[in-house]
Design a binder for this molecule. Structure first.
Ligand code: DGJ
Length: 729
């Protein structure tokens, strides 16, 4: 049983294959968090809690004379606010009388035989292969009409537990919600490190590992997107945890806007980690009977180190978050014209690219920015989603049909959430942009942001997208988003409701995406926000692949794709071969290496293929053959990081489900005189099977390969790479 209830409906176990999460509603209705970790049996672990009179940690009235009972010390599921727990709270309230206490106590529970949904937001869903189950625990605020429903989902086979919650106003007057975090994890004992994924535009998601102490560790986004700078996913792990060993807990927020995740030790050395919507600039007014739904957090535990944790996230996100035709269907090899032409293209250039691409075996041409309105640079035109037939030398249908006649698919770029001041749309509807009356707005890439919380804005965008897609044969859409939000003020949710706008904005984006996909279910959608500025679990619900970074330098991509792989599957990372010197870094890397790095992602090209040498064209054919040969491994196989980023080379590996076939990629990141040998580990093989290695033809058992590893017969030069296969014989 995934969900077990005992002790007269007060002791709850959420069991997955290898983990257990335990809670206990004590005699005062406080919902204690008593255990999360390796699977255990059904005994109540509330007796692990050590109660003592801790000075300056007061006692709730129902504790009577028991000075050892303090909310400030107990491990809890829904920590209170303003009533004696001085640590991080989850819910902030302002009641009608201006008081701010939030003290929730257990009222009851329900079990549902399927997964729960979060209204207007993505969440993990059930499949034929695995149906989740749900525990709903109702918590009532002690002295008001506020009611919280804690939602726990269990995916037994996937070792995943989810958390979300709703806050409902069952009182008479208005209730202001000023903080609403989705998840709290309390650990009474032990030392932990926290790993977050930080970076900047074109250098996203570098892991940073820090010991959790009493200084609060927090990363957050207040950009209205999940952001390039910090990702809404974090790992808590034992200090000794490595790729292969040790306790690891993952927290992954299914949300694409302002978030926070923090961890801190309290006065007694207990650790509390919380995750959810960033409380800053957030407040929601709940009128009588209204409810607020907070986004889902996907939790997972593994005692097999980061690899074990990553495998669990890759599986759950691929199978229960990604959707649609291309969730499992083979993705086409694409050529994107952005780094080939930027805004400077016409019909001849595009068709010349398409012809050459078709000859080389590329399967789709993607027409990027600049095909609509007045848009020959990035200063104008956003919002005017009308085809610029003059620039295209004809209709979009004609262009699309010509590309289709070459046996290729056709893809198109949009940036629906944005508006240029130099656009007909802005001239007609200036109030559709997020701007604060009386202030000149900040610009990003010289553009403003549309108020996606508005129904009329979304209607306009849906109508424009529909018109374009109905009138041309389009197989793929790249959905871009090229600035952070600022000047957040809606001309609809005016006055004191503006604390709702950032959240309503992202609900609006999700609504538009959902309705768009309902109309065009066969479209392959690729998410993008200046590369990886909105690379999060929620966006995978709509787009099974996301342009991983605007940085296409193969060496920088090693760290970007490495960091991304801790939570997100390789099949979701858009990765392209581009020209050298690289446009972002100026670095030159071999064509083979660029191919090898891009093959570990949703593969494509982004360069002027008509300027390639015959030798390079030959390599493109070879790379595309490799793409097809290794597709099952790279898109469906189990992925292993074999090195960190500080070594002389970076290596990773894929193994197929049957453990018959493995593929290792190794890229030298530095060169030295009189080089030392390159020896690499091998993982994931079946110990008792015999495998032949393509590098030296040697046959060993999986056990021997995994323990002895492989020494390359030649040390590759700087930035050179190798692909090595193991085949079971
Ligand atoms: C940012 C994207 O990440 C690029 O790939 C490209 O589509 C540009 N926007 C176009 O403006």
């Amino acid at each position: 049983m995934a969900i077990e209830v005992g002790m007269n409906g007060r002791l709850f176990h959420l069991h997955t294959k290898d983990s257990t999460y335990q809670m206990y509603a004590d005699e005062h209705g406080v919902l204690l968090h008593t255990y999360y970790g390796k699977r255990i049996d059904g005994e109540n672990l509330a007796d692990l809690i050590f109660q003592a009179d801790v000075g300056f940690s007061g006692n709730p009235p129902e504790a009577g004379g028991n000075r050892g009972y303090s909310l400030d010390c107990l491990p809890q599921e829904l920590p209170s606010d303003g009533v004696g727990d001085y640590r991080e709270s989850c819910i902030g309230l302002v009641h009608e009388d201006g008081s701010m206490a939030a003290d929730f106590r257990f009222e009851g529970y329900r079990i549902l035989p399927s997964s729960y949904k979060v209204k207007g937001m993505p969440a993990l869903y059930d499949t034929e292969k695995e149906t989740g189950s749900t525990l709903v625990i109702t918590m009532r605020e002690k002295a008001s009409g506020a009611v919280v429903r804690l939602l726990y989902g269990v995916f037994e086979e996937e070792n995943v537990i989810t958390r979300a919650l709703t806050v409902e106003n069952q009182g008479e007057g208005d209730l202001w919600l000023t903080k609403c975090l989705s998840c709290c994890l309390d650990f009474q004992f032990g030392e932990y490190d926290m790993i977050t994924f930080a970076g900047r535009h074109a250098m996203e998601r570098s892991p940073e590992r820090t010991r959790i102490r009493r200084t609060k560790l927090e990363v957050s986004s207040r950009r209205g997107t999940s952001s390039h700078q910090y990702n809404p996913a974090a790992i808590l792990c034992a200090p000794e945890a490595t790729e292969d060993f040790g306790d690891c807990y993952g927290m992954c927020l299914v949300y694409s806007s302002n978030f926070c995740v923090s961890a801190q030790k309290d006065q007694r050395g207990q650790t509390r980690a919380v995750m959810g919507i960033l409380p800053e600039h957030f407040s929601f007014c709940l009128r009588k009977g209204e409810a607020f739904e907070a986004p889902q957090v996907i939790l997972s535990y593994s005692d097999h180190g980061f690899s074990g944790l990553s495998h669990q996230y890759h599986r759950i996100l691929r199978e229960h978050m990604c959707r649609g035709k291309y969730q499992f269907a083979k993705r086409p090899v694409l050529l994107n014209n952005w780094e080939a032409t930027y805004f400077n293209f016409d019909k001849e250039k595009l068709t010349a690219l398409a012809k050459q691409a078709a000859e080389l075996g590329i399967e789709m041409l993607v027409l990027d920015d600049g095909w609509f309105g007045k848009r020959d640079d990035d200063n104008s035109g956003l919002g005017d989603w009308f085809v610029n037939e003059k620039k295209l030398g004809g209709t979009l249908r004609e262009l699309g049909e010509e590309i289709h006649s070459l046996g290729m698919k056709f893809g198109l770029w949009f940036e629906p959430e944005m508006i240029s001041e130099d656009s007909d749309l802005y001239r007609e509807h200036p109030d559709w942009a997020l701007t604060i009356p009386g202030r000149e707005p900040n610009r990003g890439r010289n553009q403003l942001v549309l108020d996606m919380s508005r129904e009329d804005v979304r209607e306009y965008l849906l109508e424009r997208l529909t018109d374009i897609l109905k009138n041309a044969p389009i197989d793929y859409v790249k959905w871009d988003m090229n600035r952070s939000l600022s000047d957040i003020y809606s001309h609809v949710y005016t006055g004191n409701r503006n604390g709702e706008v950032a959240h309503r904005f992202i609900l609006g984006v999700y609504d538009l995406l959902e309705r768009f996909l309902e109309r065009f279910p066969d479209i392959l959608l690729e998410g993008c926000s200046g590369g990886g500025g909105r690379f999060d679990a929620a966006m995978l619900y709509y787009s099974p692949q996301i342009w991983c970074s605007d940085n296409t330098d193969a060496v920088n991509r090693l760290s970007i794709q490495y960091g991304t792989s801790f939570f997100y599957p390789v099949s979701s990372m858009g990765a392209h071969v581009s020209a050298v010197p690289n446009h972002q870094t100026g670095r030159a890397t071999p064509f083979e290496t660029r191919g090898h790095v891009a093959l570990s992602g949703s593969f494509g090209y982004e360069l002027d293929i008509n300027k390639m040498t015959e030798e390079e064209k030959h390599l493109v054919r070879e790379q595309i053959a490799d793409f097809h040969k290794y597709y099952t491994l790279t898109h469906e196989g189990t992925y292993y990081r074999l090195t960190g980023l500080k070594e002389r080379f970076c290596a990773w590996e894929f193994v197929d489900e049957k453990q018959d076939h493995a593929l290792l990629t190794l890229v030298m990141t530095s060169a030295e005189g009189n080089p030392l040998p390159v020896h690499t580990r091998v993982k994931g093989l079946a110990p008792d099977k015999a495998y032949r290695c393509s590098e030296n033809g040697h046959v060993h058992s999986g056990r021997t390969w995994m323990n002895g590893g492989l020494t390359l017969s030649k040390v590759p030069g700087e930035y050179e790479s190798v692909l090595i296969e193991w085949e079971a014989i």
